[in-house]
Design a protein around this ligand. Structure first.
Ligand code: HEM
Length: 518
C-alpha cells in the first residue's frame, strides 16, 4: 500500500510550507500526502483543499467528516502518501482479514472481548474467523462490484465457494454434507450445526450490498431442499452435485403476478401427457431466475398443487425484472410455454405440493432473519462511527442527546433480536424436524416480523443520523442508503411481515389450553 517514499519523515513545520496551488501537502492521521497534482482532480474540487485550515495542515478531522477510510486505501489515492510526521504513529486502521470490530455492538456479544455465550464452542469461533477471512478476501470485492454494476456473481467466486463447500453449507446441516470437506476441514459434516450456518448468514450480509445477498445463490438455498427431501434418488444424483459444486444454478419459482403467498390462486398449470407434464404459465419475482438452469416450480395439477423440477430449455424464458435493489440478484419474470417435464422430476406427492413448500419455510425465514439482522447490526456500527467522527458546532454528533436516543433504540433492537435468534437456533439444533415444524413456525414468524419491523425503524433513524449523506449511493452514507432503499426486501421476501406476525399469533391460539381461564 505505502510506497518506499512513504517511510520518509517530516516535521509539521516542513509540511506547513507546502500550502499552495501546485505545491500542496496535507497530513491525515500522521500520514503526509502530496496533493499538488491531485488537487485539480479531487472529486470535491480543488478549492476546499487550499483552505487555510487544510493546506499544509493536519486535515484528519476535516477528511473523516467527508470521506470513508476506504478512500485512502484505494491504490490511486494510497500512492499520494509521501511519508509520515516525525515521531507520530497512525492510529486509524481498517480491520485485518478475519478480525472482529472493536466498535461496541458492532459484533454479536459472543465475539466481544470478555463476554460469554452458552451456545458457541471454540470450534464455532475458529469457523467464524475462517468464514470472515474468506468473505473479506473472496466475496467482499465481488459483492461491492456486483452490487454497483448489477452483474451476476462471477463464476470464479462461485468456484471458490464450491471449493470450501460453502454452497452446500448454506443449505444447513444434513446428509447433503456427507463426505464433503467443509471450510478446509475446520468442521466435520457431522459437527456442522445451525450455529455454523448462522455464522455464514451473518458474514454474508455485512457489506451493505442487499442485492448481492440474494445474488449469492439464495435461489439454491431456498429451492434445493425440496429436491433433497422429496426428489427421487436418481433425480438427486443427477442434479444436486452439479448445483452444490457451483456448476449449475437453481431458483425457487412459486410466486406469480396473480398470486403471491396465496398458493391456491396460482395459474401455472401442468397437464399430464404420458411420462411428461406439460407446463404453461408465468412466475414473477424469481430470485436468481435470470441465470438459473433449474426451477423448483409450483404448478396447478388436476388434483391440486404439485411441485416439480423444471430444467431450462427453449420453452423456458426469463426476463430481468427491475427492482429497487441491484440486478445482481437476478430477479426474473419466468415464462413456461408448453414445457415438457419428465414425471420423474415431480417433487413429493402429486396434489400435495403445499407440504413440500411448507417443509422449507421455517429454514428460509430463519435464514432471511439472520441476514436481515446482520445487515442491521452493520448499520448500528456505521451510525456509532459517524456519530463519533462527525463534528457539528465543534463537537461530535454524539454530543446531541437526540442522536444518542436514536442510537440507544437501534442498539436495543439488534441486541434483543440477536438473543432471540440464538435461542431459536439452539432449539433448531435440538429439536427433531417434526418438533421444529410444530413448535417453531410461530416463533420464527414472529421473530422475522420483529426483526424486519426493527429494520424499518433503524433505517429511518440511521437516515436521520446521516442526513443528506444517507441519500447518495456512494460516499459517506452509502451503506445507509443501500439499507434504507432495500430494507423492505427483508420485510416481504419469505413471508410478508404482517402475515408472519399473524401466523405467530394464530399458532399460539391453536395451542391455547382448553383448561385456561382468567
Ligand atoms: C488524500 C486526500 C484526499 C483524497 C484522496 C480525497 C478524495 C476524495 C474523493 C474520492 C471524493 C469523492 C467522494 C467519496 O468517494 O467519498 C472526495 C470528495 C470530497 N472531498 Fe476529498 N479527498 C482528500 C482530501 C480532502 C480534504 C482534506 C478535504 C477538506 C475539506 C476534502 C473535501 C472533500 C469534499 C468537500 C468532497 C465532496 C464530499 C461530498 O460530496 O459529500 N477532501 N474526496
Amino acid at each position: 500500500m505505502a510506497s518506499n517514499s512513504s517511510s520518509k519523515q517530516f516535521t509539521t513545520e516542513e509540511v506547513a510550507r507546502h500550502n499552495k496551488e501546485g505545491d500542496l501537502w496535507i497530513t491525515i492521521d500522521s500520514k503526509v500526502y502530496d496533493l499538488s497534482k491531485f488537487a485539480g482532480l479531487h472529486p470535491g474540487g480543488p478549492n476546499v483543499l487550499f483552505a487555510n485550515s487544510v493546506a499544509g495542515q493536519d486535515a484528519t478531522e476535516a477528511f473523516f467528516g467527508l470521506h470513508r477510510l476506504e478512500v485512502l486505501h484505494r491504490p490511486q489515492y494510497a500512492r499520494l502518501q509521501i511519508g509520515t510526521i516525525q515521531g507520530e504513529e497512525p492510529t486509524i486502521k481498517p480491520l485485518g482479514p478475519g478480525e472482529a470490530s472493536k466498535v461496541p455492538y458492532a459484533e454479536a456479544t459472543w465475539l466481544a472481548d470478555g463476554f460469554q455465550s452458552p451456545y458457541y464452542t471454540d470450534g464455532h469461533r475458529k469457523f467464524q474467523k475462517a468464514v470472515r477471512t474468506f468473505f473479506s478476501e473472496v466475496i467482499q470485492p465481488a459483492a461491492l462490484e456486483c452490487e454497483e454494476k448489477g452483474k451476476r456473481i462471477p463464476q470464479e467466486v462461485v468456484d471458490k465457494m464450491a471449493e470450501v463447500n460453502l454452497i452446500a453449507m448454506r443449505l444447513g446441516p444434513g446428509k447433503h454434507l456427507k463426505g464433503r470437506t467443509l471450510m478446509n476441514g475446520i468442521v466435520t459434516p457431522e459437527e456442522f450445526d445451525y450455529f455454523h450456518e448462522l455464522i455464514i448468514n451473518t458474514e454474508l450480509a455485512r457489506f451493505g450490498t442487499r442485492g448481492f445477498v440474494d445474488g449469492l445463490l439464495n435461489g439454491i438455498v431456498i429451492g434445493v431442499p425440496p429436491i433433497l427431501n422429496y426428489g427421487s434418488p436418481e433425480l438427486q444424483a443427477r442434479v444436486v452435485p452439479d448445483i452444490l459444486n457451483g456448476k449449475k444454478f437453481l431458483a425457487l419459482a412459486i410466486s406469480e403476478a396473480f398470486a403471491g403467498s396465496d398458493v391456491s390462486g396460482l395459474q401455472t398449470t401442468a397437464v399430464r401427457d404420458g411420462d411428461f407434464w406439460v407446463v404453461t404459465g408465468t412466475k414473477k419475482w424469481i430470485t436468481n431466475g435470470v441465470f438459473s438452469d433449474y426451477f423448483t416450480t409450483g404448478c396447478k395439477t388436476e388434483t391440486g398443487f404439485t411441485v416439480m423440477l423444471i430444467e431450462r430449455n427453449d420453452n423456458v424464458d426469463t426476463k430481468a425484472i427491475k427492482t429497487s435493489y441491484s440486478p445482481t440478484a437476478g430477479t426474473a419474470y419466468v415464462t413456461f410455454d408448453n414445457v415438457r417435464v419428465p414425471v420423474a422430476n415431480t417433487l413429493g406427492p402429486v396434489g400435495n405440493g403445499m407440504s413440500v413448500i411448507l417443509s422449507n419455510f421455517n429454514h428460509e425465514r430463519w435464514m432471511v432473519t439472520a441476514t436481515a439482522l446482520a445487515a442491521q447490526r452493520v448499520v448500528v456500527e456505521e451510525c456509532l462511527k459517524w456519530a463519533t467522527q462527525r463534528m457539528v458546532f465543534g463537537k461530535p454528533l454524539s454530543s446531541q442527546a437526540v442522536i444518542r436516543a436514536k442510537l440507544g433504540l437501534m442498539i436495543s433492537r439488534v441486541e434483543a433480536a440477536q438473543s432471540w435468534i440464538e435461542h431459536i437456533t439452539h432449539q433448531m439444533n435440538n429439536m427433531t424436524y417434526a418438533e421444529t415444524a410444530s413448535k417453531l413456525a410461530g416463533p420464527i414468524g414472529l421473530l422475522k416480523a420483529f426483526v424486519t419491523k426493527c429494520g424499518s425503524e433503524t433505517a429511518t433513524d440511521a437516515s436521520q443520523v446521516f442526513g443528506g449523506r444517507a441519500l447518495t449511493v456512494s460516499g459517506m452514507g452509502k451503506v445507509i442508503e443501500n439499507y434504507h432503499r432495500t430494507v423492505m426486501f427483508d420485510a416481504i421476501l419469505a413471508g410478508a411481515e404482517d402475515v408472519l406476525a399473524d401466523l405467530g399469533v394464530r399458532q399460539a391460539m391453536k395451542k391455547m389450553p382448553p383448561s385456561s381461564r382468567l
